[in-house]
Ligand binder design. Structure first.
Ligand code: ADP
Length: 503
């Protein structure tokens, strides 16, 4: 049903519940687990049951300072190491991650409610893939020779920026963290990550696993709340670069703090990604593509979720019907169960926010909410944050559900009559992260691809972020690119010019 391959499970590893407990209460600073200076911790909750699975360290400015000082000290020797050697070490981390894919997948399923088979295991494998990709790019940190004058050797060299502060969200924390940490490290920076409140465990475990290979202090991990732990990281005087993924509002706060220090910032923010389906598409493939595009297996909690689906009028009704039928076959249930396609929403707050959108859509005159799939019946899951996917029809462009990022399993389908009109609607958004077009007329597809305001446009597929392909939005979706060679060079190095007068 889904157009993404899912790796098969390897031999069972550690019990995720025991592993989560064993990591309770720690940051990872200077090559080892350390508790927060204040001794404070807060709960990590399994959203499928409501049970506390671990406690996590509650970091504050003093923990930030300890991590950044460690990172700054370690960065000196790290930057002197030949780039290819740094890359080789990052590449070697991938092998360690691959040995621990199963345990990382279970850990992330436990803390986020993302299904093991359709999401968590895929994410853990992608971490290794990203490490392998960036690990091979050490030699690409090249400069240029500049034809200034015959007797003056003039060259540029790529230098690291220093300590990078990385702030990550909860939806795909392992993957999004690795997109930041891997290029930053290969380029010769050291890194301090601030994990998301809701999902601090799997990324902490990755940090520990990578520290088995890396020199101590080059990769550090803090957990804590945004204003108390994230903000001091951005503001710390030794942090020379900030890379952030999260909401538009927080992104602006981070960008303002970075501007005060005049340091560069990369922002990957929200999206309201249109999916445009023409009547000449491959119908069955496109219905299946709509399920993938909407990231239903991630409960729609994705910046690139196709939360606006425009379908050419002649096939609109049939497409809605087939899509509903297909979503109905998706199994909602225990994230750790191999049969489960769809897990839970991350938290009560997020649940209430998404439910608010659903209520508003349902009350809108003329709108129909097609509620899909079925709630799990297992009594052990009765406190779980399960939310049935909803496909709305009959909402127009003025609806908040069409304009705002929902970050839940909710999509709005609208018919269209001509390509120019749908292009205008698709571009009439504050966001510009991703878009997809589904047609067998590649002349039309390519023309629209050029004119869609988005950082990533895909025709007849809608894959999630991939190593080697630049990823990042325009407009309110962010600043800068991730995942590619360009991302490493442009966002984690600066170019120094060196001139030698040999006259
Ligand atoms: P979400 O709504 O998905 O939680 P946020 O943008 O609030 O999105 O969170 C993304 C990340 O930003 C989290 O790690 C969070 O702790 C962090 N964060 C929140 N507020 C701040 C802040 N003022 N400064 C730095 N980081 C912050």
């Amino acid at each position: 049903m889904l157009d993404r391959p899912h790796p098969t499970p390897t031999a069972p590893t550690l019990d995720p519940f025991a592993l989560a407990k064993s990591m309770s209460g720690y940051h990872f600073i200077g090559g080892g687990y350390v508790p927060s200076r204040s001794g404070k911790t807060f709960a990590v909750v399994n959203p499928a049951t409501g049970a506390e699975v671990a406690r996590t360290a509650e970091g504050d400015a003093s923990d930030v300072d300890a991590a950044v000082q460690n990172a700054a000290e370690a960065q000196k020797a790290w930057a002197k190491m030949p780039a290819r050697k740094r890359g080789a070490l990052v590449h070697a981390c991938a092998a360690v991650i691959r040995e621990h894919v199963e345990e990382l997948a279970k850990l992330i399923a436990l803390e986020t409610g993302k299904a093991l088979r359709t999401e968590s295991r895929v994410e853990a494998n992608t971490v290794a893939d990203i490490l392998e990709f960036f690990g091979g790019l050490g030699s690409e940190l090249k400069g240029e020779s500049v034809p200034f004058a015959p007797n003056v050797l003039s060259v540029t060299v790529r230098e690291p920026l220093g300590v990078v502060g990385a702030i990550i969200p909860w939806n795909v924390p392992m993957l999004l963290m690795t997109l930041k940490v891997a290029p930053a490290l290969v380029a010769g920076n050291s890194v301090v990550v601030k994990s998301a409140e809701e999902a601090p465990l799997a990324v902490l475990r990755i940090c520990e696993l990578m520290n088995r290979i890396l020199p101590p202090g080059v990769f550090n991990m803090l957990s804590g709340f945004g204003p108390e732990c994230g903000a001091p990281l951005v503001e710390h005087k030794l942090v020379r670069k900030v890379t952030f993924t999260g909401s538009v509002e927080t992104g602006k706060i981070v960008a303002r703090a970075a501007a005060n220090k005049l340091i560069p910032v990369t922002l990957e923010l929200g999206g309201k990604s249109p999916m445009i389906v023409f009547a000449d598409c491959d119908f069955a493939k496109t219905v299946s593509g709509a399920l993938t595009s909407m990231r239903f297996t991630r409960q729609g909690q994705s910046c690139t979720a196709a939360s606006r689906i425009y379908v050419e009028r002649p096939i609109f009704d049939a497409f809605v019907a087939e899509m509903k039928k297909a979503v109905d076959t998706m199994v909602m249930g225990d994230p750790l169960d191999e049969k489960t396609d769809i897990g839970t929403i991350i938290s009560h707050d997020q649940f209430a926010k998404v439910q608010g959108f659903i209520d508003e859509g349902t009350k809108t005159a003329g709108a129909t909410a097609h509620v899909c799939s079925a709630m799990p019946s297992d009594p052990a899951l009765k406190k779980g944050l399960f939310l049935r996917p909803v496909i709305f029809t009959g909402l127009d462009a003025s609806s908040r559900l069409v304009r705002e990022e929902i970050f839940g399993p909710v999509t709005v389908m609208q018919p269209f009559d001509d390509a120019e009109a749908v292009l205008a609607e698709a571009n009439d958004s504050d966001y510009g992260l991703a878009a997809s077009l589904w047609t067998n007329n590649l002349k039309v597809g390519l023309d629209l691809a050029h004119r869609l305001e988005a950082g990533l446009v895909q025709i007849n597929q809608n894959l999630v972020v991939q190593a080697n392909l630049s990823y990042g939005g325009v407009k309110s979706s962010g600043l800068g690119k991730e995942a590619s060679l360009e991302a490493m060079l442009e966002h984690f190095t600066h170019k120094k010019t060196i001139m030698v007068n040999m006259a």
